[in-house]
Design a protein around this ligand. Structure first.
Ligand code: FES
Length: 85
């Protein structure tokens, strides 16, 4: 299976509205389940994408999700790693 590509918008609006916490959720999830090699966490392409109003935005494998809160972030991670309960 290829790596799960997660692009988390770190523009100031998304960051302030929740992506700071979402990033923490991703990092905790990776550490807890030893997923460092299974996730390609990409910050480089994720500066403000002009969709701040719907943020915080997170893109996973090319699909962008808006209004992502930590609960939804965790749900999205679980969905992309179905082998993890
Ligand atoms: S800061 Fe994320 S889309 Fe603008």
């Amino acid at each position: 299976m290829g790596k799960v590509q997660i692009c988390i918008c770190l523009g100031s609006s998304c960051f302030a509205r929740g992506n700071e916490k979402n990033l923490q959720v991703i990092e905790d999830f990776m550490a807890e389940h030893n997923l460092q090699d299974g996730i390609d966490l990409d910050f480089g392409c994720c500066l403000c994408q002009g969709a701040c109003a719907g943020g915080p935005n997170v893109t996973i494998n090319g699909k962008t999700y808006g209004n992502v809160d930590p609960g939804m972030m965790l749900e999205l991670l679980r969905k992309n790693f179905p082998e993890i309960k």
